[in-house]
Write a protein that binds this ligand. Structure first.
Ligand SMILES: Cc1ncc(COP(=O)(O)O)c(C=O)c1O
Length: 373
């Protein structure tokens, strides 16, 4: 028996409809989309259609979508692209203390190149405050980047409010939506963002494909220079195979109705754990401003890595890492003020479209047995 997969925030399986849409581009249609003959025309049409599907999901123009290799590249492109395109000698970037390493590390890199980074604090639910953002803006600020949903806790940031603050100061605003696309609405005009990152493998497309929304008129220095692919914004022959996959995944992601069931299953898991452990289990993250699939809890009498090792029947993640003689808690939980004791016991359950009630009940049984022992 394979373990029960409750780690959809780490990655998702390829949706069968996505795989089906990819099939012709594995075998028959191999042309270079830049070629002007029949073979190229077939793949060019496919890439254009995929771009339209991504744009439909985000409610933007297809010309505002650039295909990338995934969430990390999209994030790197925005941060470095703004930095290298800036018109002023200094560069101040504002981000948060709970970002994914795909934001944290490029920021640290830019710090080494002279950028100043402000890391906004978060409250105990993991949310930033739009007033703090406003107060941290300086005349040198060139970009604000705040994630839409946190990968560990699922907490949603007040993006609309923060983007409004950015607009009032005439500053570009980026959101890393790698975790939110396909789980909650991500229309760019409702969010008010100028840049938005997508990671295909978090929404049932394969690994190695993503996209970046770039609002019309916003300029970025490309990360990858070369031939004029993607309107000169990202060099490299487009993969019809992968772009078609992302397009189909975005078309499927437009229907969020399946998330109601995911939320019900997630809440059932939480209630059962609460009934079982009382105040020895605590929720990490916002009680309702949170992705419908994510449940991050701390078992106060246990350590996450110990629970994972004892329960090979479950595929879940911890919020801490074991080092030789200690358990180190995640920077996200630390920023939320979670105590070392609680942080060490953190476990992330993330459900997906395919998660069934039966799987959740089996997972509950295994957990109950472990917690009773
Ligand atoms: C919030 C967030 N941003 C970015 C990434 C990186 O995306 P990718 O794996 O496509 O590079 C991830 C992946 O875990 C993520 O959760």
């Amino acid at each position: 028996m394979k373990p029960i997969y409750l780690d959809y925030n780490a990655t998702t399986p390829i949706d069968p409809e996505v795989a089906e849409a990819m099939r012709p581009y594995l075998f028959e249609h191999f042309g270079n989309p830049s070629s002007s003959h029949w073979y190229g025309i077939q793949t060019k049409k496919a890439v254009d259609e995929a771009r339209r599907q991504v744009a439909d999901l985000l409610h933007c123009n297809p010309e505002e979508v650039v295909f990338t290799s995934g969430g990390s590249e999209s994030n790197n492109q925005v941060l470095k692209g703004v930095f290298f395109n800036r018109q002023v000698p200094k560069a101040h970037i504002i981000t948060t203390q709970v970002e994914h390493p795909a934001i944290v590390e490029p920021c640290r890199f830019l710090e080494r190149l002279g950028a100043k980074i402000t890391w906004l604090p978060v409250d105990s639910s993991g949310r930033v405050n739009a007033n703090d953002l406003g107060n941290s803006i300086t005349t040198d600020t060139v970009l604000i980047s705040i994630m839409h949903a946190n990968n560990e806790t699922g907490t949603l940031q007040p993006i609309e409010e923060c983007a409004q603050v950015a607009r009032e100061h005439g500053l570009p605003f980026h959101t890393d939506a790698a975790q939110s696309v396909g789980k909650v609405p991500t229309r760019v005009d409702e969010l008010g963002v100028d840049f938005l990152s997508i990671a295909g493998h978090k929404l049932y497309a394969p690994k190695g494909i993503g996209a970046l929304y770039i609002r019309e008129g916003r300029q970025l220095e490309p990360l990858i220079h070369g031939a004029g692919h993607e309107q000169g914004r990202r060099a490299g022959t487009e993969s019809a195979l992968l772009t078609v996959a992302l397009g189909e995944a975005c078309a499927l992601a437009g229907d969020l109705s399946g998330m109601d069931n995911v939320r019900i299953l997630r809440d059932r898991l939480w209630r059962t754990l609460k009934d079982c452990c009382g105040d020895r289990v605590v929720l990490n993250g916002h009680p309702d401003q949170r992705l419908p699939n994510t449940l991050n809890v701390s078992f106060l009498d246990h350590q996450g890595p110990e629970l994972l090792a004892a329960l090979p029947e479950l595929a879940v993640s911890t919020g801490s890492a074991c080092h030789a003689d200690r358990v180190e808690i995640s920077p996200v939980l630390k920023a939320m003020g979670v105590s070392p004791e609680a942080g060490a016991g953190a476990v992330r359950f993330s459900l997906g479209r395919a998660t069934t009630l039966q799987e959740v009940e089996i997972a509950i049984e295994h957990l109950a047995q472990f917690l009773a022992a």
